[in-house]
Design a protein around this ligand. Structure first.
Ligand code: ARG
Length: 458
């Protein structure tokens, strides 16, 4: 018998039941469902709507159900439509008539809105932990590579020398912002919808603020129609997740390039690489590629829920049940990718020499050569032209700017003196870039220190 079977004269068609049911996936939040019910009956008793004995009997029953689900003696099967019906039916079977009072002053519409918010809150905390572990790992990499020189790129062409610490520091900032986006999402969702009923509140004297405080919400929601039909927080969550995946995907792309035979900036650990069934020499960066690839499904979840919500009239509509599977899949995907990615970069080897020689061989110090001329009174546009000639000369001879003789320099511009070699050394180029946020070791140490404080504050 369905919870709502009273006004029906026929059994539901089996295909309709299957199509309509959500228990296959909403059983994931049985814990949150039971937690919400316990808060609800606690409030009902405080308001004199239930007696204390009724409250205690119901809470004992609900706790028993949770324990039995956890130890496997109570199996969530497909006979009930959703987890809410499953818990209520089991409660009634367990404690009898008084169990029928659980749903007083409540609808599944406000119940599911509550369950989902509680569930998302827990998952935000879990994803935040994973982001923190990744940030710890990045911080260690930064500390160890303040003078690991490498080319910085624009257009994937060598541009100016940076350090690995500086490059990794860019991702550190991205993942910091990701944490703050999740915190914002949580702050905005943290209002309790329970008591909104189906859409128009209830006629019982509920204390909604009390229920909200029992469940660690900032407060109660202020419009019952919005309470049961708001899924903004899922859109925000999936948008924040999409951004996390975008960041991971960009990082993976670089890892794949750095690990390629041509670059060899890093070497991925054997435990985080895979082989080929035909080519014995192959060691492939499959994990980085998979993380990059899985970005698409998280974006898909975001677009999917935006599309589902578009044009839904107030208040609850069953379309909203479609919010769950895609959100759960996105949560699993983001958690899995963060964990694997952190493992991958914490085990990779940094090939410092290859990075440095790549920076040396790509004219990354050309801007510094032009700056040298500017410091000796040459207008920048002329200096740019002179260094362009130097680069052309070097390219023809297959050498770096550092390898030219002073005579060769002077033949192109008499302004050059012996100190040009010091001015274009890799160390000089990086060390002189000392504005806050630049790769110079002194400011990099300052940033590392600030990030350390950030990590300590959690
Ligand atoms: N399974 C439903 C969902 O996920 C729960 C709410 C059902 N409410 C209703 N009026 N049918 O949205």
């Amino acid at each position: 018998m369905k919870l709502w079977g009273g006004r029906f004269t026929k059994e539901t068609n089996q295909l309709v039941h299957n199509f309509n049911a959500s228990i296959g996936f909403d059983q994931k939040f049985y814990h949150q469902d039971i937690r919400g019910s316990i808060a609800h009956v606690t409030m009902l008793a405080k308001q004199g709507i239930l007696t204390d004995t009724e409250r205690d009997t119901i809470i004992a029953g609900l706790s028993g159900i949770e324990k039995d689900i956890e130890n496997g003696t109570l199996v969530i099967d497909g006979t009930q439509e959703d987890i809410h019906s499953f818990v209520e039916a089991n409660l009634i079977a367990r404690i009898g008539e008084v169990g029928k009072k659980l749903h007083t002053g409540r609808s599944r519409n406000d119940q599911v809105a509550l369950d989902m918010k509680l569930y998302i809150r827990d998952e935000i905390a879990a994803v935040d932990e994973l982001l923190l572990s990744l940030l710890e790992e990045l911080h260690t990499l930064m500390k160890n590579n303040v003078t690991t020189y490498m080319p910085g790129f624009t257009h994937l062409q060598k541009a100016q020398p940076v350090t690995l610490a500086h490059h990794i520091g860019a991702y550190f900032e991205m993942f910091k912002r990701d944490r703050s986006r999740l915190a914002d999402t949580k702050a905005r969702l943290n209002y309790c919808p329970l008591g909104a009923g189906a859409l128009a509140g209830t006629t019982y004297p509920l204390d909604r603020e009390y229920t909200a405080s029992l469940l660690d919400f900032t407060g109660a929601t202020l419009n019952s129609m919005d309470s049961v039909s708001d899924r903004d927080y899922l859109i925000e969550l999936l948008s924040a997740f999409s951004t996390i995946m975008m960041h991971l995907s960009r990082f993976c792309e670089e890892i794949i390039i750095w690990n390629s035979n041509e670059y060899r900036f890093i070497t991925l650990d054997d435990a985080y690489s895979t082989g080929s069934s035909i080519m014995p020499q192959k060691k492939n960066p499959d994990i980085a590629e998979l993380v990059r690839g899985k970005t698409g499904r998280v974006y898909g979840a975001l677009v999917s829920i935006l599309t589902t919500m578009k044009a839904l009239p107030l208040a609850y509509n069953k379309d909203m049940q479609e919010d769950k599977e895609l959100t759960f899949d996105a949560i699993d995907t983001v958690k899995g990718c963060l964990a694997l990615f952190t493992g991958m970069i914490s085990t990779m080897t940094v090939n410092k020499d290859n990075m440095e020689s790549s920076a040396k061989n790509g004219f990354t110090n050309a801007t510094d050569a032009a700056d040298y001329l500017v410091n000796h009174g040459v207008p920048f546009r002329d200096a740019h032209g002179i260094v362009g000639q130097l680069v052309l000369f070097c390219e023809q001879k297959g050498i770096a700017l550092d390898d030219m003789t002073l005579e060769e320099y002077k033949a192109i511009s008499p302004v050059f003196e012996e100190d040009i070699f010091e001015a274009i050394r890799m160390e000089t180029c990086v060390t002189k870039r000392n504005t806050l946020g630049a790769p110079g070791p002194a400011v990099m140490e300052e940033v590392i220190k600030r990030n350390e404080d950030y990590l300590k504050a959690r």
